[in-house]
Design a protein around this ligand. Sequence first.
Ligand SMILES: [Zn+2]
Length: 95
Amino acid sequence: MAKIPWYLWIIVGGVMFAVSYRIGESMNIFLYIGLLFLVVGIFKMLVSFILGNKGKKAVKQAAEMRTQQFTCPRCRAVISPDFYFCPNCGTRLRF
Ligand SMILES: [Zn+2]
């Protein structure tokens, strides 16, 4: 169940819903099954979006921390955080 992507649920649910809607009242149970698939698909879509955004945010934050701490504000040289002066341009980094 976890391996089925959300769009497959929506496609299957949508097709089932459309087909049973056309066939009519005798196939009404499939209308509800189609709706159920649609709801599951939408739910899975929301979950995957929320989890996906969190993952991207964490990666972005880690990248920002790397660049913030180790670059000179004046010449943008990549330097060790324990330097007091930039070895490239001589700018004071700490007070
Ligand atoms: Zn510098």
